[in-house]
Design a protein around this ligand. Sequence first.
Ligand code: HEC
Length: 396
Amino acid sequence: MWGSIISEWASLLLRWLHVVAAIAWIGSSFYFIALDLSLKPKSDLPDGVQGEAWQVHGGGFYRIMKYLVAPTQMPDELTWFKWEAYTTWLSGFALMVVVYYLEADLFLVDKSILDLTPFQAGLFSFCSLALAWLLYEAACRTGLAQRELPFAIGGYLFLVALTYAFTHVLSGRGAFNQIAAIIGTIMVANVFAVIIPNQKKIVAALIAGRAPDPKLGKTSKERSVHNNYLTLPVVVLMISNHYPLLYATRFNWIIVAIILALGPVIRHFFNERHAGRKSPWWVWGVASAGALAILFLSAAGPREVKTGALSAPVTGANVEDIVMSRCSMCHATEPVWAGIVTAPKGILLDAPEHIHRNIRLIGRVAAWSTAMPPGNITEMTSEERAILAAYIEQAR
Ligand code: HEC
């Protein structure tokens, strides 16, 4: 019992840290992107300054200047922005271990997709994470990333192919988290392995009185553009685990493909706007079309739908039987499932009145999607899901 309680609180603390660190990281990176885009060249600026910007915040005015690549002398004090990113990854990885690796049987494996042991699934997740990052890094280092458009298209197809593969190996929820973790890892690694080391080399050159290599700044810029476009998709994928209709329906991988395309498109709107160029309003047309497509795709139901007429009209008693036999071992005042100490999310499904009160929730997680039972651990059949769906349809 203590194991379950400790892991529950560890998950809360880590999630808290993860979200706060990510807010700080994304907040500062959005801020710097907008700042960069708004810098204006002026005639009276010191040597080496590319441009300046005026801002007002918190009761005062700020005059900010950007030196490119660096000032001629090291300033006495220099603020670095790196722990926001590192903390986001460290807390995120720890959270992934607590939720997805230690409870792989519930959240990573779905035996109706592929019959893996929790250990195999964890190993697969970890290795594919490392491998995907290495491939990205190799592609950048061999100079492929310099050709922006082909690299963007190739990177997009790479991520979609990975998603397709993950949704055929892991549970839908595990697959969504996996692709999000890969994108997040690539982003943090860009900071850790490229942007910060390059910045350190520039600082070292300044201290030694040498002119820093401008190539260092250029490579960093390339990686930070990647991060900029990956920010919106990674956030929505990270929170997608709260939306069964996204991750546990038949076309879940196509939904991810749309999200991966929409995020950068929406980002483009703000980049253009902050640069003072004409706002590309078409972006919102594309975004709405994508959102609508996701809505319809998510309505397609579970991967294996039982079509055709059910043998008999569905009754409330059928539904109660199904829920009692597939759900109530966990969703009860005193759950009998090992490792579950209280009804998950406070949802009780152990008596007819509880079942009927929660019928809409049941529909969302077990009839129109396969989110529950987690990892289909109690082996609910698609026939049973069809019965639940038919009952809810009748009851309306
Ligand atoms: C092995 C235990 C187990 C079984 C069996 C199980 N659940 Fe759950 N259920 C959970 C856990 C754990 C969570 C919390 C998931 C999370 O942390 O996101 C949950 C969450 C839920 C939620 C809340 C979802 C949300 O978004 O907050 C609903 C609704 C639900 N289950 C319904 C069902 C139904 C219906 C069944 C049967 C078809 C079922 N569960 C079977 C363990 C179980």
